[in-house]
Write a protein that binds this ligand. Structure first.
Ligand SMILES: Nc1ncnc2c1ncn2[C@@H]1O[C@H](COP(=O)(O)OP(=O)(O)OP(=O)(O)O)[C@@H](O)[C@H]1O
Ligand SMILES: [Mg+2]
Length: 343
């Protein structure tokens, strides 16, 4: 991705020219004061002409909103509806560090994409089963899980898939059974391609398939990466966030070289961000230094609403629909869709 593509080329629909849509202008916020007059408009009411001049001057010099990552915030229009569903883009949420927001991002990005009319399939690929629990399923009451789909030849995708409770979004659930798959898959032929093989029938009927990986770089995660077109790397905005990322990058590179040449890093997502602290802002600065434009402009702030919505067993987009957290994930969905469109 090019260094200087913060505005325009990485942003709006149609910038690449594919749709022929006009390039959208950057969002204009409070204009930068360009003269003394513009800073003191109310004290100059007796002289209406200079005020009018000042307004005209400032209107010509709009400033661009600086986003939480310290870069100009691109204009992200609502994505156009899709005419027909199909050939899903498969994306893994991956980071071997635990508790960075992989599951939260899978649920809420999925629910936001579904709100925008995309048909979404979520894959719980973690034996902890947090994604399934986060959508209100009881791990002890699952007849069939992704484990059965991976290892039992007679089981089909339709047998395992369940509605998620969000219109337009389905789920392949998981529970602790999946922990045995890591060992059992070792003896399979083309063991790294097992998930890709079982997901193949879903590609035609969904627009997006999101895979929630477990916090490790073992065989299950390699399966997820092999089945994917892209990877989203959620990173908690704290001091040790970048530790271990080099190893993740090496794993992604190896999978791309040896198993899946189409795999790309879709973006790095800053999560649990606290912009009020210097620490939070410094970590964000380091993230952008290290990853450049790969870092999403959208950032997910720290809020207890996420834990509350997990307890409620639903996405934040329905649990607290107008909260900042819900809005951030809707914005991420728009950003993700615009990156795919521009690709
Ligand atoms: N932006 C946020 N603000 C506050 N809490 C959050 C945020 N995102 C996630 N959390 C909470 O942090 C915890 C870990 O999040 P999550 O389960 O999504 O991480 P994970 O990377 O999937 O973890 P694991 O590696 O164990 O699978 C959860 O309790 C979740 O509710
Ligand atoms: Mg998780």
């Amino acid at each position: 991705m090019s260094e200087g593509s913060q505005l325009g080329s990485t942003t709006a629909w149609g910038v690449s020219g594919a749709s022929g849509a006009p390039q959208m202008p950057p969002r204009v916020v409070v204009p930068a004061p360009s003269s003394e007059a513009s800073m003191l408009p109310f004290e100059r009411t007796s002289a209406s002409e200079p005020v009018a001049e000042a307004v005209a001057e400032t209107a010509e010099a709009p400033s661009v909103e600086i986003g939480p990552t310290g870069r100009p915030m691109p204009y992200l229009p609502d994505p156009p509806p899709v005419a027909e569903h199909g050939t899903a883009r498969v994306v893994s949420m991956c980071n071997q560090k635990g508790g960075v927001g992989k599951t939260t991002t899978t649920i809420n990005l999925g629910a936001s994409l579904a709100e925008f009319g995309r048909k979404v399939l979520l894959v719980d690929f973690d034996p902890q089963g947090s994604l399934s629990v986060g959508l209100g399923l009881n791990p002890h009451e699952m007849d069939l899980t992704i484990y059965n789909l991976l290892l039992e030849p007679g089981v089909t995708l339709e047998d395992v898939v369940v509605p998620s409770g969000v219109p337009g979004m389905d789920l392949l659930p998981s529970n602790i059974d999946l922990s045995a798959a890591e060992v059992q898959l070792v003896n399979e032929v083309a063991r790294e391609q097992t998930l890709q093989r079982v997901l193949a029938p879903a590609l035609a009927s969904y627009d997006v398939i999101l895979i929630d990986c477990q916090p490790s770089l073992g065989l299950l995660t390699v399966n997820a990466l092999t089945a994917s077109d892209g990877v989203i790397v959620p990173l908690e905005c704290e001091y040790f966030a970048l530790r271990g990322v080099a190893l993740l990058k090496t794993t992604i590179d190896k999978v791309r070289e040896r198993l899946n040449p189409r795999l790309e890093i879709e973006g790095v997502l800053g999560t649990m961000f606290d912009g009020r602290t210097l620490h939070g802002r410094e970590v964000m600065e380091r993230l952008v230094q290290a990853w450049g434009d790969t870092v999403f402009h959208t950032v997910i702030r720290r809020t207890v609403k996420f834990s509350d919505s997990t307890v409620a067993g639903e996405p934040i987009t329905t649990y607290a629909s107008s909260s900042t957290g819900a809005e951030s994930y809707r914005q991420l969905a728009k950003e993700v869709l615009s990156r795919w469109h521009d690709a």
